[in-house]
Design a protein around this ligand. Structure first.
Ligand SMILES: *Cc1c(COP(=O)(O)O)cnc(C)c1O
Ligand SMILES: [Zn+2]
Length: 456
């Protein structure tokens, strides 16, 4: 292949390559995932990450303002004319001593990367800006996705910005209203399928094949290119120092896959001298990765995976009619499409996988709310996972840890309100009901213990 950028099949036994001007969500030769591959020797790449700081001074340029495209030399699959931005990636890395204390880490060792600040309120915008830029490159007119909610919200925003039609497939019932309200309000054609996310994922692939629609799920390798920038911004927030750990919730495993690719490339380019460790956290009710990686010992092994174990696992899920179940609906996925890429990322980053219960998620979410910026349930799996890995001594108290908060607190207010009103946990902060009478109100003010003061 003579091109500087191309797509390549993940399966080393196949290795087929395709141009970036083509659009597939599976290798036409063997059906495996595709990667975007760069011939870095023939591309112009800065010789230090500090070089990107010059972009801070030219924020009136929409691509320099974007938290994704200001790193465009590291995701160079199309020219500026195709790059679309709606101001994604203006996120912050927040040192959080409350979270550190909760997880039994030393103060100032824990930071929260808050992706809820993106235009649609979740990290998905990082990927969507890249996928839609590629969609423009291939002149797509109609995009589609399956979604547990956040993907649909993000797709709807970017489709509007690009003047494309969009169809989103959601499962019945299991979608948080904050997210559904966005997809509807942003004007997405919304198809509710009687089934769960895994069913929607299968249907949308069939439909995209049949009708030649452009698929924007994380099967799309260009989407993952955009999500690499979450790690670039983490490094930027740390003055280009590499942390010891990155902890991320795992659903369809696009984020974890893209983080591994980001670090492998930065290392290859000599832009970092070591790679942080990666912890991917499943919900216990949707724990395919945890089962396969930690219990069955499945490893990437340079692409020589033990497919039999994986195939048997899925056959078992089918045979028992297994349905994943967690209140962290964004990660309620039992057939993660990026499983193989995630296994590769775990190898690159010497990673670990853990599962956390819904109770642990709710508690960690309340802690993020109390001491941080708030987040949706799935996001809190990262802090719950940190607490677990600290208890197991896998992570040391003095190690520098970045937890990715994938989505905004207001995505799923029902769960938050229920937790507090129904006294579901030790951080519950119930409203105090009182008669409409000044003396009763004063009495209440003096006796009701606001949780913010009591710490209870
Ligand atoms: C999509 C999503 C996830 C899961 O991310 P993957 O990349 O699919 O593993 C986690 N949290 C939130 C809030 C999400 O929207
Ligand atoms: Zn192939």
């Amino acid at each position: 292949m003579s091109e500087q950028v191309y797509q390549r099949c993940l399966n080393p036994g196949c290795g087929a390559t395709y141009g970036v001007d083509e659009s597939y969500f599976a290798c036409p030769a063997c059906g495996d995932l595709l990667d975007v591959v760069y011939d870095w020797d023939r591309l112009e790449v800065p010789d230090s990450l500090g070089w990107f700081e010059k972009r801070w001074a030219s924020r009136q340029n929409r691509l320099d303002f974007s938290g994704v495209w200001r790193f465009r030399e590291l995701i160079p699959f199309c020219s500026d004319s195709y790059r679309i931005s709606i101001g994604e990636g203006q996120t912050i890395l927040q040192p959080n001593d409350g979270a550190a204390k909760y997880a039994n880490c030393q103060a100032d060792r824990v930071l929260l990367q808050y992706e809820g600040l993106n235009p649609s309120g979740s990290f998905k915008d990082n990927g969507m800006t890249a996928a839609f830029s590629h969609a423009k490159l291939v002149r797509a007119e109609h995009v589609a996705c399956a979604s547990t909610g956040n993907t649909s919200a993000s797709v709807a925003l970017y489709a509007h910005a690009c003047g494309m039609k969009c169809s989103v497939f959601i499962g019945s019932g299991r979608i948080a209203y904050g997210k559904l309200s966005q997809a509807l309000d942003f004007g997405a054609q919304t198809i509710q399928i009687q089934g769960d996310f895994d069913d929607c994922m299968r249907q949308v692939q069939n439909v995209c094949r049949e009708l030649k629609l452009y698929l924007v799920n994380s099967l799309n390798p260009f989407r993952l290119e955009g999500q690499k920038t979450i790690m670039y911004r983490v490094l930027e927030g740390l003055g280009w120092q590499v942390p010891d750990w990155i902890i991320v919730p795992g659903g369809n495993l696009g984020n974890s896959s893209s983080f591994g690719k980001a670090f492998a490339e930065l290392k290859q380019l000599g832009l970092i001298d070591r790679i942080p460790r990666l912890a991917v956290i499943n919900a216990a009710g949707a724990n395919t990765l945890y089962d396969l990686y930690e219990k069955q010992g499945v490893r990437w092994q340079g692409g020589q995976l033990n497919m039999k174990v994986i195939d048997d696992y899925y056959a078992q899920l089918n045979a028992t009619g297994y349905r994943p179940h967690t209140l962290a609906t964004a990660i309620e996925i039992s057939r993660p499409v990026n499983l193989k890429k995630c296994l590769r990322a775990l190898e690159i980053c010497n990673g670990v996988v853990r599962e956390v219960s819904d109770e642990e998620i709710l508690e960690a979410k309340a802690v993020v709310g109390r001491y941080g910026l708030g987040c949706e349930p799935a996001s809190a799996a990262s802090l719950a996972g940190l607490k677990k890995l600290r208890a197991e001594q896998v992570i040391g108290a003095d190690e520098k840890v970045v937890c990715i908060l994938t989505g905004h607190q207001l995505k799923d207010p029902n769960i938050t309100v229920t937790y507090h009103i129904e006294n579901k946990g030790q951080y519950s902060n119930r409203p105090f009901e009182v008669e409409n009478d000044i003396s009763k109100v004063i009495e209440a003010l003096q006796t009701a213990s606001g949780s913010c003061c009591s710490g209870r």
